[in-house]
Design a protein around this ligand. Sequence first.
Ligand SMILES: [Zn+2]
Length: 221
Amino acid sequence: MKAVDLLLTAATFITFVLAVYLFSSDPVLSNSVNWAEDRPTAESQTKDKPKGSPQNTTAVSNTSVPLSASANAPAIKYPPATRWKYIVIHHSATKQGNAKIFDNYHRNEKGMKDGLAYHFVVGNGAKSKDGQVETGQRWARQMAGAHCYDNRMNQESVGICLVGNFDESRPTAKQMDALLKLISDLQKQYRIPKANILLHKEVDKQQTNCPGKKFPANKIR
Ligand SMILES: [Zn+2]
């Protein structure tokens, strides 16, 4: 009889503890929802505003991998991957620049925690060598870019930005040579067909005319 009482008391107590736990777990649930929303999912949107190619993303900078901005840039690495199905070409819409400058802009002005939205930057001789190809950390880490509004394209395309404003002038000859070599190497490595080499304005038709009206589209495919 006492044993039964004891059991009942124990059962009641356990039920009570369980109920308290279930009710109190609500805030835990909502916390985890907030975490999910805080994740940088908003890397899809780009506009080619004045300083390279902007973005909306959450969060502030933390990590930074050195960009190969210096003169003796190492050979570009092309790690095995299946995700790269397109190449998207941009201009910076600025007269000068380099990967570090655009990285700073995207990181600190646009709040993109992974920095530089493009995988590669091709210099024009102003703040970078003419025809120099710089590799961004998103390429080094084989991460999605953040250079298109279309998020699927950020996932599946290699983003290349040429320094310059090609609404006003054309890319330099060395820039074009470097770009064509880069495109050709990417095509070979990832079996990207010519038809999948796109100008940014062909991806985000409503939002941009990047890489500008003077970019010689006929040269890239
Ligand atoms: Zn663009």
